[in-house]
Write a protein of this length. Sequence first.
Length: 328
Amino acid sequence: MDANIIEVTNLSKYFDDFQAVKGISFAVKPGEVFGFLGPNGAGKTTTINMLTGLARPTAGAIRINGSDAVQDIAAVQQMIGIVPDESNLYDELSGYDNLVFCASLYGVRKRERERRAEELLEQFGLADTGRRPFKAYSKGMKRKLTIAAGIIHEPQILFLDEPTTGIDVESARQIRRLVRELNDGGTTIFLTTHYIEEAERLCDRVGFIVGGKVVRIDRVTALMGEDEKEYIIEFTLGEGNSRPEAGLDQAMLQAFPGVKINRVDHRRLRVIPEKREPIAGFIKFFEDAGQPVYEAKIIRPTLEDVFVRITGIEIAKMKREKEGRRKR
Ligand SMILES: Nc1ncnc2c1ncn2[C@@H]1O[C@H](COP(=O)(O)OP(=O)(O)O)[C@@H](O)[C@H]1O
Ligand SMILES: [Mg+2]
């Protein structure tokens, strides 16, 4: 097994007497995409800031590539790239000049800085706007340039704090693709998000973080596998109402003992048999009852189902909170 590239032990952060991060421990392997998923105020930014040397832990240890990142952040700075949730670039400088400036901070040589800046503008679809001042960029363009700046020195590990929050759908899609490409090229990714779909699509492993605590860490596939034990078939029936709903459900319970039935709406119902069985029997049952079946599909669990079960947090609420905060 590979050594861990990031190792965090009992990490805590207090702001005065408020504990924002409560003794969390986790490890990330080289080449992984690891994500922290949690609602507003969970402690994601505080954690990422400690990992990247932007905030000092109150207690605990952080090792990055074997170096002590708390005592000696300088030793790890060249290995890591940082993309904060709010941009850290200069409004008055052009996109190109921002990139060249960031490269100089990392000690990249002049010729190489200019080549890298051009290359990244091209890669991020910003070649046409590279000469415009940063302040004239849209939110999506700003976020892309901030990511370009974060990887100008080709770091081994990239930290991204909510990379797609608050930007347009197309830019978000491009960013997810870029993150995957970087990871395919060998970059280890640590990201935070409050978008469940993003964690599901991008991450190999996720940690659920709530109220400063990590309540669960696992591979996305393993988390979803747990809920897959329940086998759900959703049927969409015709408008024909030869039998009232309750009567139909009663008849089904008799025909298929042990089955559970959840009504989604007047045409759709979810059937949970005790064990896996062919769906043909159910279709025949509906047709015999004068209810043509328009669609039958197996419902796969989503990461959302798992997150809700483990944390008890409703996703809709999580999104509302976040967006409310951003508007202010
Ligand atoms: N500089 C600070 N001073 C005091 N409290 C803070 C500070 N930064 C964050 N907090 C608090 O710590 C908690 C975690 O915040 P944060 O890490 O930003 O959460 P997240 O990024 O998950 O939304 C929140 O309750 C927040 O209000
Ligand atoms: Mg945050």
